[in-house]
Design a protein around this ligand. Sequence first.
Ligand code: OGA
Ligand code: NI
Length: 341
Amino acid sequence: MSAPLTLSSSNHLPQSFMAPLEKRPEKEVPIGTNIPIIDIGQPDHVLVEQISKACRDFGLFQVVNHGVPENLMGEAMKVLKEFFELPAEEKAIFLEDGKPNILVKDLSQKAKLYIEGNKTSQGEFYFWKDSLVHGSHPLDEQLVNSWPEKPPTYKEVIGKYAVEVRNLAKRVLDIICQGLGLPLGYLGKELIQNQLMFNNYYPPCPEPSAILGVGGHYDPNLITFLQQDLYALQFLNKDGQWIGVQPIPNAFVVILGLTFSVVTNNVMEGVVHRVLTNQTRDRISIATLFTPANSTIIEPAKQLLSEKQTPFYRPYKYVEYFGNYLSDDSDYDAGLKPYKI
Ligand code: OGA
Ligand code: NI
């Protein structure tokens, strides 16, 4: 395996990034024209209706006028760009023995650089991205100390960003609770105890038709808030078609994860998504993953069950499922297989 892209001085295209034919992106993927764009400034009763419908019909939507300051979103992108542009030696402290961490085991809260791949019957292939991953809640000293020292404003900017995005997530989750008839806080406490930032850097790629930024996947967690500014993201709609998500300046893309399917007993389901590569431009995205703690028991909410509506999943510990999720690539939702009823 070669070094991660930003750390490699070579322009050579390593074979290990070529996706197997069946995983390569189709040429003609339409841009979604009906993906909900929700103005968070509207009254709660309107939001409950709009967001609930978006969660049921799509599992993915964009939010605007959401209260996270635009200049902070811009600053966050800027410090990440500066980080990824640092010379390789400066980033080496986020590696393991000089090598990138590979996303196949438990994720650390401490900042590390990861590469990511997919196992297939023909072997493993890798995605065209580097990710600086770290926890971002609670913002205790030990955690923040693990974040990059360079650029010097990283900790301040990303610290503020983490708090603002968390507030937004809690607001959206409480709106969803209202729509589902769940007590306020049901989704926005234990189920989001951890907050992981995936700061993704996708360099220009010589072969976008054969190489993926990230392959199709469900996010394993409850819900993700994604900041992006260059088209690359696609999701699999309910008819099994890939649809492109056009970036809107200063919006967040909200993506339901696999844990959402379980907690709502499939009333609102997670969505499979992937990222293309771009031949000429690099791309940075900031994905904030709201995640249960390892020890949290995940199960369908009792309020959504009845004699007619029996559970589709048996309870499990989040950490156990997460292990399955990372190790089993046989299907998008293979991590849930042991718990399906
Ligand atoms: C992810 C992800 C999307 C993007 O990090 O899980 O899906 O646009 N990222 O980078
Ligand atoms: Ni994702």
